[in-house]
Each structure stands twice: as structure tokens, then as C-alpha cells.
Write a protein that binds this ligand. Structure first.
Ligand code: B16
Ligand code: MG
Length: 216
């Protein structure tokens, strides 16, 4: 088995918990459209692209919109609220143990990258003080195919100049785990093992983790 030489991190749900801000903004849009959007409904949006998220939200509200321009407007409205929320983020919001684990990887010569669907990745990294911390950042502005397509992770591996089989992905979403598998990478789920069944390993937190975690 090839040794892991690079780790690629999903952003939302792995490095920070921005899912709560996505939820607040989508719920606000649902209220404006006249229906309720629960936290349980929101689970379906994790790791999914912005426009696909809107489609799911509209189906929850039983609303059918065919006008593409109208849909773009709604997605933009949601994004403006979301940006308002994330622009107040601080480094306190980096999830427990993440910074320590990233430093451990760096100190041991393992490359680190971000592989996120979010077009707001750079704003978030700037807010939490990690903008220049990663060797490579591939985000929603650099890809054309959303997870579970492997594009985001394959691009990260390519820019890192590390073969996919020597990369390990950290993901909180089912779609992201499938994307990593399709890229031919190892994948560690962050969250509930009953949901992230397809991952090679699952952790609940980065707290107390060491290099054994990426020893396959
Ligand atoms: P934006 P990740 C994903 O980020 C989120 O999990 C998902 O909920 C969101 O819809 C998607 O980014 C697009 O985000 O609207 O900011 O471009 O988990 O891939 O880091
Ligand atoms: Mg995620």
C-alpha cells in the first residue's frame, strides 16, 4: 500500500462548521417563499452545489420554477445573506483539533490542500486566518463538475503533484466520500459512521488524532 503523501480537506463540515450559516440563509429564503425548512431538510444540502441545493429547497416547498434567471436570483439572494454571516467568522470557529492536526502533517512533510465545492472558500479561509496555510486550494470557482464527481480532488492532487493513490481525503458528506473513492484516494469520514459508511475510516473529531490515522 502506497504511503499517504498528501491530505486533501473538504472545508465546510471538516475545517469549520459553516453548515449552520448555509442553513440560516436557506431557511430565510424558504420563509420568504412561504414555507418551513427544517434542520433535517438541510441535511440533504451538505456537500451539494449551490444550484442543486436550491433545487432541493424548492422541492421541499413544493415550488416549481422553470425560469433559470429567477433561480439564479434566488441563489444569489441566499448567497448574499450567507456572505453576510461568514464575514463575521473568526479563527475561534476552526473545529477542535484541526489546527494541531494540520501542523502535525506539515511538520512531517505531508502536503495539505483544500478541496471544496464552495465558491466562498477564500473568504472563509481569510476570516479564519488560514488563507496562506495550504499548499493548494481547489474550490467551487475552479471546477465544473460538482461532487460526487472526482474533479475537485483530482485537480488538487494534480496541483500538488502527488498521485491520487498517495492522497487521503477528509470529508463530512456522502457525495464527497464518493468523489474521493472515484478519484482513487483513501478517504476518512468526519462525522457519523452510520451515515459515512463508505469511508475507509470515520472520526468524530480531530482532537487527539496522530499520524496513525493516515497509516493504511
Ligand atoms: P457556496 P464543501 C459545500 O462546501 C457545502 O457543503 C454545501 O452546503 C454548499 O452548497 C457548497 O459548498 C457550495 O457553497 O454556495 O458557498 O458556493 O463541503 O464542499 O466545503
Ligand atoms: Mg463538507
Amino acid at each position: 500500500m502506497a504511503k499517504v503523501k498528501a491530505c486533501i480537506f473538504d472545508l465546510d463540515g471538516v475545517i469549520v462548521d459553516t453548515a449552520k450559516y448555509h442553513y440560516l440563509a436557506w431557511r430565510r429564503l424558504a420563509h420568504e417563499l412561504g414555507f418551513e425548512f427544517t434542520e433535517k431538510d438541510n441535511e440533504q444540502l451538505k456537500g451539494v452545489s449551490r444550484m442543486r441545493s436550491l433545487e432541493i429547497l424548492l422541492s421541499v416547498g413544493n415550488i416549481k420554477i422553470d425560469d433559470e434567471k429567477k433561480k439564479e436570483e434566488l441563489a444569489e439572494k441566499k448567497n448574499n445573506w450567507y456572505v453576510e454571516y461568514i464575514s463575521k467568522m473568526t479563527e475561534e470557529e476552526i473545529l477542535p483539533g484541526v489546527r494541531e492536526f494540520l501542523n502535525l502533517l506539515k511538520d512531517n512533510g505531508i502536503k495539505i490542500a483544500i478541496g471544496s465545492a464552495s465558491k466562498n472558500t477564500l473568504t472563509i479561509l481569510e476570516r479564519i486566518g488560514l488563507k496562506d496555510f495550504f499548499d493548494v486550494v481547489i474550490d467551487g470557482t475552479k471546477i465544473s463538475k460538482a461532487k460526487p464527481d472526482p474533479e475537485v480532488f483530482l485537480k488538487a492532487a494534480q496541483e500538488l503533484n502527488i498521485p491520487p493513490e498517495e492522497c487521503c481525503v477528509f470529508e463530512d458528506a456522502i457525495a464527497g466520500i464518493e468523489a474521493a473513492k472515484r478519484a482513487g484516494m483513501k478517504v476518512i469520514g468526519v462525522g457519523d459512521p452510520n451515515i459515512l459508511k463508505e469511508a475507509d475510516k470515520v472520526i468524530q473529531t480531530f482532537e487527539g488524532q496522530n499520524l496513525e490515522l493516515i497509516d493504511f
